[in-house]
Every structure is written in structure tokens, then in C-alpha cells.
Design a protein around this ligand. Structure first.
Ligand code: GTP
Ligand code: MG
Length: 191
């Protein structure tokens, strides 16, 4: 896909902030620090459109980016970061959960997992939820540049086994490896 324009639109803290223009939405989901904002920037080839950080839990609102004036990228807050307060954790559940459950504009959920690790309990719970609710989704295994090609192959097999039935694509936001495959899935979901 040729990126003609990409702009930050707003941070949504509640349902009333969600867009009302009916454009399709592509959501990025995964635990804190897994690389959601980095993936979004890498796909759009913009270095710092979405804020990335070494401090997990950075993105705490639903952040919306308009791409080519035609669809939205939706950067959801990360889950599973132990140091955020209890009410913050409940808020994640409610805010992101409401969005995922109710959003008709949602064309594709991109669930991120760290390619170096076995999917966590929360990763598997979310995945099960996506499958059970028949959400159109793919799994992207991030930070692939941190593994040797041999270890990456092993890890991908493990992730495919744990998240059976779902398409798994490995990605590096550092090198852009995997970009064409992910864009192909996004384009398919929009057509
Ligand atoms: P929250 O907003 O806190 O939920 O985190 P996030 O999922 O948006 O993660 P973010 O994109 O901020 O990345 C977290 C850290 O991982 C940053 O230091 C990134 O530079 C690093 N990172 C993300 N993707 C990659 C990757 O593909 N390769 C490498 N080497 N580092 C990455
Ligand atoms: Mg982020």
C-alpha cells in the first residue's frame, strides 16, 4: 500500500471520543512494551507518529491515526503491566474490551506477541477471545531481529501451535521485515 498521508487524530479516553465517520479501523493489541506503537510507525514509515518508550504502559488511551484519509490505525493500551494501579488495569479491561466487543468499524485486529517468548496467559486469553468472538485477526510476532533465523523459526512454530488456526507473521520494526505481508493482510481486510 502506498502511504499518501498519515496523521494523529486524537486520543480517546471514553466511548464518546470514538470517531463517528464510519471509516474502517485496524486495531493493534498486545501487552505493554511488545512493540505496538513501533509496528504502527514502521508500517507507516513514520519514525515517531505513535510514541514509543522503554517505559511499559506508555500508551494509556486509545490513539487514532488516519491513514490515506480512508481508514484508521488504532493503537490500544498495552495489557499485563504489573506496575500500573489496580484501577488502571480495570480501566484497560473496560476501555479496550468495550472497544473490541462493540466496534462495528473494526476490520482487523492485529495481536502482537514477542517472538522471543512463549505467549503469556494474557496473550492466550485475548487470542481465545478473538477466536471465540469471530474477530478477523492476525498474530504478529515482534522483535524478530533479536533472534537468529534458527531460533526465530523455532519460536514461530511454537507460537503457531499455541495460537492454532491463526495467521502468524514475524516482524521487525527495526528493519521493516514483514511489512509487505502485514500490509497485504490489512489491504485484504479493507477490501
Ligand atoms: P505500550 O505503549 O507501553 O503498551 O508499548 P508498545 O507495545 O507500544 O511498545 P513500543 O512500540 O513503545 O516498544 C517498546 C520497546 O521495544 C521500545 O524500546 C522499542 O524501540 C522496542 N521495539 C519495538 N519493536 C521492536 C523491534 O521490532 N525490534 C527491536 N529490536 N526493538 C523493538
Ligand atoms: Mg505504545
Amino acid at each position: 500500500m502506498k502511504i499518501v498521508s498519515a496523521e494523529f487524530v486524537k486520543s480517546a479516553f471514553e466511548r464518546s471520543h470514538w470517531p463517528t465517520d464510519g471509516r474502517a479501523e485496524i486495531a493493534f493489541l498486545g501487552r505493554s512494551n511488545v512493540g505496538k506503537s513501533s509496528l504502527l510507525n514502521s508500517l507507516l514509515q513514520r519514525r515517531a507518529l505513535a510514541r514509543t518508550s522503554n517505559t511499559p504502559g506508555r500508551t494509556q488511551s486509545i490513539n487514532l491515526f488516519l491513514v490515506n484519509e480512508s481508514f484508521y490505525f488504532v493503537d490500544l493500551p498495552g495489557y499485563g503491566y504489573a506496575k500500573v494501579s489496580k484501577s488502571m488495569k480495570e480501566d484497560w479491561g473496560k476501555m479496550a474490551g468495550d472497544y473490541l466487543a462493540d466496534r462495528e468499524e473494526l476490520a482487523l485486529c492485529i495481536q502482537l506477541v514477542d517472538s522471543r517468548h512463549k505467549p503469556s496467559k494474557l496473550d492466550l486469553q485475548l487470542h481465545e477471545w478473538l477466536v471465540f468472538n469471530q474477530k478477523n485477526h492476525i498474530v504478529v510476532a515482534t522483535k524478530s531481529d533479536k533472534l537468529s533465523s534458527n531460533d526465530l523459526r523455532k519460536q514461530l512454530r511454537l507460537i503457531e501451535k499455541e495460537m492454532a488456526g491463526s495467521k502468524v507473521i514475524s516482524y521487525s520494526s527495526q528493519t521493516g521485515k514483514g511489512r509487505d505481508l502485514v500490509w497485504a493482510e490489512i489491504a485484504r481486510s479493507l477490501s
